[in-house]
Design a protein around this ligand. Structure first.
Ligand code: GL9
Length: 829
């Protein structure tokens, strides 16, 4: 970079940085040094947080030289860099992951033991960076792990929210949200670089001017903020590669409040500073229902503009010929959140770099690709034109021009079909003028992909139908994947050891090797060991739950888990109806108790704070859980657990222990799901609808090892078309009626019938997600589950086959698909 020749050189600085010795002594020495010189304590005066921080610094020290190397290479190499643009990264804890990647786990364990430190206590103080809401953010975290492991030059770009996803607690069964001050005890994994800040502008107006005979536009912004990069290491697994996750934090510029400051109102000027810094203050906790808030658009533009500028100025060599940009970068748009990057790149190329519009557009179209993560119409982001024009006036002009050119192309292709033009326009007119970000991404992107086969098909057939007709080759599918390092190797050490013993260690980076377990499913000795691992994982989960103040697990129970955001389309209510029906069946004597397997129903879910119905469902789950747990008549038979604050860390304890994975969304609504993959990979059997990636899981694991139920997507459409009346299902099914009546009667609300009345009438008279229509089929499938679980040998065999056949769901495979079909980038040596 520009200032390198001004930097001091020293003979010692020329040699590469040397990592501490990869030995217990080398590690111990570095650890103690960090404890002394970074934490300012001795071993005997250190507390557990000091120990955690010093340990994290030590791991960093080992990775540092490789990180320098890889960043230097990025500048000199000719390889294409994947710039993953994502407003969310749900990383989970870093310590064990980074120790594993750097092959330091055993050394660190021994070093800490020699220092007399309880490693598990140290692990437990790490607060996970919860910089995402759910599947979409966790997917981004899995992807950057795989890209590092596959040696693909990658920069993950995002936002360093000061507060991540809220901390959930329950009061009287109802969700309470508290801010998640995740950096409060230090954030040892990131490096702030205030000297590398980008200035990001907002608002103001545009004007044209004469530039040596050419009329050009420029933006005269009104205010700006600094985007300060925080770099995090993303180490590859056992390959010595360290990629970068660069998260931006908003900091007020000095110039920001000069005017106020000069007028003497010091306090006012500091207040203005807070205003600017609000941009990266908090993660929006909305799942699938964007609220169109101005601050949210500020966040989006803030991180995308900073990322594009950073890549062009700091990653590309000086004097890079921007016509060649598509050879060096692909900006992958993780949903519509970063789509404002499209007009931003155009603005940079046209206004700042003075390229011709058409040349700039040709470059831009090759540099972006777009992943859609939803099918819910209400989840597709739109920005009111007046809001966007006020905040980003130049970008709105650019969007209009993109749209004009695009609609001309539509006319050329399809004639003056005004209906079609209205439907395809990037600017929607109803209910008010707004920019449809998914359309902008589709027009601008070189590729558009859905996240599971069914989802990609529905995108082509419905949501983006006209675009798919215009550009059939633009559309593709990449089924999601999950990282086997975190979700099998780390989360399930005992199963990992068993697999490694059977197949060798290669499966961690080549998950299809799990196929080798198929033959062992018929080996009684292996089945016994597999079952022992599951039982041990349940005991471990039980201890984790007890440490959180929850009830422990009962031995011998089928562990039935539903862990995902709380949303009506995911149908936690259907799960509750099953629980209530089983409970009612046992206490009324209707059910043959011996045919019902002892079960623990485990929920983990946060609801968006403004999503009233989701919060009522949480209340209902807790209320049902309280009654069931207190009722002598179902003791030892049914149990409901709902530990608060489900997050990545808790998931890592629940998933390895699960027997049954609930994936029960209404067909056509869950784009993919990724929890479904994690659970199957850890030997849970799925009970699920033909939705999202469930379809592919079932195909791979086989019908005998999957409990399918419910309407298919075409059946759902047909029922809608004919007119869905949930009350009819209520009338016709006695068990359904008794379950709903029990809730309505106040049995779970101390006799107060009003508490769950909105929920009950929603089910009876609206039921957008058709829980009642699928109830009978669901209960039948649960009966099949009970019968199957009664034959433990057969169940364990199915569980093993689930593991053996889930290799396809590695995020390494997903990355290969993106590389081959979308990014056209390759790993480097
Ligand atoms: C989601 C989809 O709903 C999931 O089905 C999908 O697996 C993931 C990742 O592709 O993306 N889209 C979305 O907005 N969320 C998803 O989980 N929501 C959250 O991340 C909370």
């Amino acid at each position: 970079d520009k200032s390198s020749e001004l930097r001091p050189t020293h003979p010692l600085a020329v040699a590469p940085v040397v990592a501490p010795a990869a030995s217990v002594d080398g590690f111990t020495k570095q650890f103690l040094q960090n404890l002394n010189f970074d934490q300012g304590v001795t071993l005997s005066t250190s507390d557990v947080n000091d120990q955690y921080l010093a340990l994290a610094y030590t791991v960093r020290d080992y990775l540092m030289a490789r990180w320098f190397d890889d960043r230097a290479k990025q500048k000199t190499q000719q390889a294409k860099t994947v710039c993953y643009l994502s407003a969310e990264y749900l990383l989970g804890r870093q310590l064990d992951n980074n120790l594993l990647a750097a092959r330091l786990t055993d050394i660190a364990t021994e070093a800490l033991a020699q220092c007399g430190i309880d490693f598990d206590a140290v692990r437990a103080v790490e607060i996970e960076p919860g910089l995402g809401n759910g599947g979409l953010g966790r997917l981004a975290a899995c992807f950057i792990d795989s890209l590092a492991t596959m040696s693909v030059p990658t920069i993950g770009y995002g936002i360093r929210y000061e507060y991540g996803i809220f901390r959930q607690s329950f009061a009287d069964g109802q969700q309470i949200e508290q801010p998640d001050a995740w950096t409060r005890m230090g954030s040892p994994w990131d490096f702030a670089h205030p000297e590398a800040a980008q200035t990001i502008s907002f608002a103001g107006h545009t004007e044209t001017y004469d530039d040596e005979g050419v009329t050009r536009s420029r933006w005269i912004p009104e205010w700006n903020v600094l985007a300060v990069p925080y770099n995090m290491m993303v180490p590859g697994y056992h390959n010595g590669r360290v990629n970068t996750l660069r998260l931006w934090r908003a900091v007020a510029t000095n110039a920001f409040d000069l005017h106020t400051f000069n007028s003497g109102d010091y306090v006012e000027s500091v207040r203005a500073q807070t205003f600017a810094e609000n941009i990266s203050k908090v993660l929006y906790p909305e799942d699938s229902t964007p609220q169109g808030k101005e601050l949210r658009l500020q966040q989006q533009y803030f991180f995308v503009a900073a990322s594009i500028a950073d890549f062009i100025e700091n990653v590309l060599p000086d004097d890079f010929d921007l016509e060649k940009l598509p050879e060096r970068v692909i900006f992958q748009l993780n949903d519509t959140h970063p789509v404002i990057g499209v007009p931003e790149l155009m603005r940079v190329l046209v206004d700042e770099k003075k390229l011709e519009w058409d040349a700039a557009w040709a470059i831009t179209q090759k540099c972006f690709a777009y992943t859609c993560h939803t099918l819910l119409p209400e989840a597709l982001e739109v920005w009111p034109v007046d809001l966007l024009g006020r905040l980003l006036p130049r970008h709105l002009e650019i969007i209009y021009r993109i749209n004009d050119d695009f609609l001309l192309e539509v006319r050329e292709r399809f004639g003056d079909d005004e209906m079609l033009i209205r439907n395809m326009s990037i600017i929607g007119e109803h209910p008010s003028r707004s920019v449809r970000m998914a359309y902008l991404a589709t027009v601008a992107g070189s590729k558009v992909n859905g996240v599971a086969e069914l989802h990609s098909q529905l995108l082509r057939d419905n949501v983006l139908k006209d675009f798919a007709q215009m550009w059939p080759d633009k559309f593709t599918n990449v089924t999601n994947g999950v990282t086997p390092r975190r979700f099998l190797r780390l989360a399930n050490p005992e199963l990992s050891a068993l697999i490694t013993e059977a197949l060798g260690a290669g499966w961690t980076v080549d998950l299809e090797r799990l196929r080798g377990l198929e033959a062992l499913a018929d080996d009684a000795d292996f089945r016994e060991r597999f079952a022992a691992v599951k039982a041990s994982n349940k005991r471990r989960l039980s201890r984790v739950l007890e440490a959180r103040g929850e009830a422990p697990l009962d031995d011998g129970h089928l562990l039935d888990v539903m862990i995902k955001r709380l949303h009506e389309y995911k149908r936690q209510t259907l799960k509750v109806l099953h629980i209530v029906s089983t409970y009612e069946g046992i206490v009324s004597g209707r059910l043959d108790v011996d045919a019902v397997q002892p079960r623990t129903f485990l929920f983990g879910a946060k609801a968006a704070p403004g999503y009233g119905m989701a919060k009522r469902i949480i209340h209902l789950i807790n209320a049902v859980g309280d009654v069931v747990s207190a009722d002598e008549r179902v003791q030892g038979k049914l149990k409901v657990l709902y530990p608060a604050n489900y997050n990545v860390t808790l998931a890592e304890s629940i998933i390895p222990a699960a027997d049954l994975s609930e994936q029960i969304s209404l067909a056509g609504k869950e784009a993919s799901g990724t929890g479904n993959m994690k659970l199957a990979l850890n030997g849970a059997l799925t009970i699920g609808t033909d939705d999202g990636a469930n379809v592919e899981i079932r195909k791979l694991v086989g019908d005998d090892n999957f409990f399918l139920f419910g309407m298919s997507e075409p059946e759902v459409e047909a029922l809608w078309a004919e007119g869905y009346r949930p009350a009819d299902f209520y009338q016709e099914d006695g068990e359904l009626r008794r379950a709903i009546d029990l809730i309505a009667s106040g049995a779970f609300s101390d006799g107060d019938r009003s508490v769950f009345e909105p929920l009950v009438s929603n089910l009876l008279y609206d039921d957008r997600f058709m829980a009642l229509a699928d109830f009978r089929s669901y209960l039948d499938a649960q009966d099949r589950v009970d019968a199957a679980y009664a034959d433990q040998d057969a169940w364990v065999r199915s569980a093993i086959l689930n593991v053996a056949r889930s290799g396809y769901f590695s995020s390494d495979r997903a990355m290969r698909d993106y590389l081959d079909r979308i990014w056209h980038a390759t790993p480097i040596s």
